[in-house]
Design a protein around this ligand. Sequence first.
Ligand SMILES: *Cc1c(COP(=O)(O)O)cnc(C)c1O
Length: 409
Amino acid sequence: MTTDFAHRAALLDAADPLADRRDLFVGSDTDLVYFDGNSLGRPLRATADRLAAFATDAWGGRLIRGWDEEWMLLPFTLGDAIGRAVIGAAPGQTVVGDSTTVLLYKLVRAAFDAQREADPARVEIVVDRDNFPTDRFLAEGIAAERGGRVRWIDVDTSTGVGADALRTAVGPETAVVLLSHVAYRSGYLADGVELTRIAHEAGALIVWDLCHSAGSVPVDLDAWGADLAVGCTYKYLNGGPGSPAFAYVATPHQQRLTQPIQGWMGTSDVFAMGPAYEPAAGMRRFLSGTPPIVGMLALRDTVALVDEVGIEAIRAKSVALTSFALEVADELLAPLGVQVASPRDPARRGGHLTLTHPAMRQVTAELWTQDVIPDYRDPGGLRVGLSPLSTSFAETLAGLLAVERALPR
Ligand SMILES: *Cc1c(COP(=O)(O)O)cnc(C)c1O
């Protein structure tokens, strides 16, 4: 049985048009199995060089001249590069700034305020109970701060928010809908077009959290008619621990939204040092303080790589990887009591799978000591994150065989 899978993995790797890209990553020459590129992506070798050169040349050599020469505009140029390669956004709608949490707060609050000002009945923020903690917490915080309320959508932890669930939750009191495109736990891939349409039919604005989709599944914000979005760069975009997130604001909304953290970098004339806050036109108004340039370095290499190979090719490999993992799990792990808590339909599945079993917390800890690195999420879920550019089929099989060996009999 396992020999059969080893053969299949070898054939799949041989036929994989992206197979050689794996060699571009630090550590790809070791036997370590990495199942957590959806949580902290591996660095590219080019990034290691870029970081060292930055300290000596750009920062060390150009010093403060670097701001004029490149860094002042980097949040926007890198934002536009993400827009083109990763999220389907025309130029001038994407900026790289603070953490995901802070950018989500800024955009959800700006959207909430604008909506309620236009219609005082709109006081609800719609979020699902299985959304990532930061999303749920900041929705509650904004509701408390602005005298609004949260309307919760109940979802099964092995799926996500579908059209019917959203349709039931939205209405004339909805100001903003905040949803993850790919659910961090189950990997459920929401329908961006349809859910955006449902939010709009109810007169609401929608904010998409793209953390678990950016760089692994196609996102087409302009085509969806999306309003706002925020995404993480240290997951599939390999920006490194704590690298800054990006925000998207569709052009028609930019002038009518004002975000709550008014800082000097968001003003029209940054060095005027004027007496009053005057929000800049365009995406600059969504910045607050000095942008984290060092945090943007690594990310540039992966965004360039995604642009080069194309997100469709990445998605095709992602589907092949998760489908292969699902087959192995069904045949080798299901007999040991493991269940798949992710969608079986590849069209509704992002780049990771969650496998549940009561012993998965201990299994994960045991695997880490063997250089097999998944992560654990309650209830009983071992997450198998298969970052398409840096993961091979053989690696996927090796990791799942290690899970099989570590499970109690
Ligand atoms: C990873 C992740 C975040 C992380 O937010 P940070 O501010 O970077 O800590 C937020 N939302 C989702 C859905 C995530 O997957």
